[in-house]
Design a protein around this ligand. Structure first.
Ligand code: PLP
Length: 481
């Protein structure tokens, strides 16, 4: 290679290489079930197999694909395996991958409407579709005072909600800095760690985030919330923000939105609803009860990148009053001014999140919704909920095991009755076997195992086999093996 024209991949070379990569991914999809689910490598093992220095001269794609097989795959934990039950799912799907590929191919930067109008308008339109698909409140539509935007993650969505709420609570006050120092926020003690992180980033202070008690089903207690708000106000604080969780991370507990929302209205607090995993279930009318009271929320988010077949990253974030969000985040330096923006006729999504730049993420979501249709997406959700309910019934019928929490959707929290040590060993041995991958949580101060059913390929035979492996392994531990 000597000239600049020689270094780039030509469209023709790209076509050939692209086919080879798509073939590689298709083979991976065929074989993913056969790999040990949890990567069985020691720390540093992958780096040790990589060359010390970057190549001086370009290498053929074949060499890269070979190293993908030999160096990278052994260090991959297979989130798309039908035997993956840890954490929450991170669905990948053919249509999402192809939509993402098109986004890469176009390589547009959609920070403003004018920098690629389709990037903005497709996104706005799809987020309105999702209002229909999940039967979300009408106030979340852009055609009303609200609107939706795709964020990278629920963590970013929570942060933006906090920033908008902070703006609303402090703007126009005589002593903004003084008031900001008194702000207090609320989330249940089962809420996601990103709320704590966000409180730090937003300058609220982690010690100004109150962790509210939960009931026997691990859901926030509205009476405890209200007491905390009143006590803070009496102590001279300024309560301003509540996160309610629809489907908590440890156990998919459902905070009661209506009473929480009524408390927020009564005391003038912003209500953000975090439905990162569970929101997808509302595709099915029979699960829409999880959003009962959502019309009282100021903002809401769920992650199509968890259970809605859209490759990471894709979080759908809504506000009921976009003015509060824009007040907090919009900026307009001279170099970003365009006629379209000045006219107010268009959306500039750079003002709806923290980064300036943004990818054309709506494409993958569009490919997904058009490939599956509403009916296909509903089948996907119903299959997993049904399998989780079956698994829960097997646990209940076995005297050596107990359910550790209600099972409203697709996550089963359970434990062996032998105590924490047995459960820890059970999980460690199962995960080391590579046959399946579970994670854990602590509920009521006990270690519990989490089996989250949500990988696109998981069928009844996989869940049956998981239960069989769990019982066999427990017997071996009890027998002193
Ligand atoms: C997974 C999860 C999150 C965080 O998701 P990211 O999109 O990775 O930030 C937030 N809240 C809840 C309840 C979750 O389960």
């Amino acid at each position: 290679m000597t000239t600049i024209s020689d270094v780039h991949m030509t469209p023709d070379e790209f076509r050939r290489a692209g086919h080879a990569v798509v073939d590689w991914i298709a083979r991976y999809m065929e074989q993913v079930e056969d790999y040990p689910v949890l990567a069985q490598v020691e720390p540093g093992a992958i780096r040790a197999r990589l060359p010390e220095a970057a190549p001086e001269r370009g290498e053929p794609l074949e060499a890269v694909l070979r190293d993908l097989d030999e160096v990278i795959l052994p260090g991959v934990t297979h989130w798309q395996s039908p035997n993956f039950y840890a954490y929450f799912p991170a669905n990948a799907s053919g249509p999402a991958m192809l939509g993402d590929l098109v986004s890469s191919g176009l390589g547009v930067q959609g920070m403003s409407w004018a920098t690629s109008p389709a990037c903005t308008e497709l996104e706005t339109h799809l987020l309105d579709w999702l209002v229909d698909l999940l039967a979300l409140p009408e106030s979340f539509r852009y055609t009303r005072a609200g609107g939706g935007v795709i964020q990278d993650t629920a963590s970013s969505a929570s942060l933006c909600a906090l920033l908008a709420a902070r703006e609303r609570a402090t703007v126009g006050r005589a002593n903004v800095e003084g008031v900001t120092r008194t702000l207090t926020a609320y989330v249940s003690n089962q809420g996601h760690s990103s709320v704590m992180k966000g409180a730090g980033i937003a300058g609220i202070g982690r010690d100004h985030l109150r962790l509210i008690d939960v009931d026997d089903a691990h859901a926030m207690r509205p009476d405890a919330l209200e007491r905390a708000i009143v006590a803070d106000r009496e102590a001279g604080h300024t309560p301003f923000f509540v996160t309610a969780t629809v489907g908590t991370t440890p156990s998919t507990a459902m905070d009661p939105l209506r009473p929480i929302g009524e408390i927020c209205r009564r005391h003038g607090l912003w209500l953000h609803v975090d439905a990162a995993l569970a929101g997808t279930a509302a595709l099915c009318p029979e699960f829409r009860w999880i959003h009962e009271g959502l019309e009282l929320a100021d903002s809401y988010c769920f992650n199509p990148h968890k259970w809605m077949l859209t490759n990471f990253d894709c979080d759908a974030f809504y506000v009921a009053d976009r003015a509060a969000l824009l007040d907090a985040l919009s900026i307009l330096p001279e170099y970003l001014r365009t006629k379209a923006s000045e006219s107010g006729a268009v959306i500039d999504y750079r003002d709806w999140h923290v980064p300036l730049g943004r990818r054309f993420r709506a494409l993958k979501l569009w490919f997904v919704i058009r490939h599956y249709g509403v009916a296909g997406l509903q089948l996907h959700v119903r299959e997993h909920v049904k399998l989780a309910q079956e698994f829960a019934a097997w646990v209940e019928a076995d005297a050596r095991f107990a359910l550790a929490a209600p099972v409203p959707l697709n996550l089963v929290c359970f434990r062996h009755v032998g105590g924490d040590e047995v459960n820890q060993r059970l999980m460690d041995e199962l995960n080391a076997s590579g046959d399946l991958y579970l994670s854990h949580a602590r509920l009521d101060d006990r270690l519990v195992l989490r089996l989250a059913i949500g990988a696109p390929g998981t069928r009844r035979r996989h869940v049956e086999r998981a239960w069989q492996r769990i019982r066999e392994t427990a017997e071996a531990i009890a027998g002193g093996a």
